[in-house]
Design a protein around this ligand. Structure first.
Ligand SMILES: [Cu+2]
Length: 67
């Protein structure tokens, strides 16, 4: 597990936050994801590849980059 800190755009509600969480957990089901909607900051403890996570989020309409 590593801890990723991401800046994610495009999240406007709790549904978006859940979508982001699911996208990350799709890559590693054991991921622990914390979303701060107001700041767009997402923290994840995950074994998923960071580049794959940011690419998957961006492809889903949540442009993401390492914070
Ligand atoms: Cu939403």
């Amino acid at each position: 597990m590593t801890k990723l800190t991401l800046d994610v755009s495009g999240m406007t509600c709790g549904g978006c936050a859940r979508s982001v969480e699911k996208i990350i957990q799709k890559q590693d089901a054991a991921s622990k994801v914390t979303v701060d909607l107001a700041s767009g900051r997402v923290e994840a403890e995950t074994s998923a590849d960071p580049a794959s996570v940011t690419a998957a989020l961006t492809a889903a309409g949540f442009p993401a980059k390492a914070a």
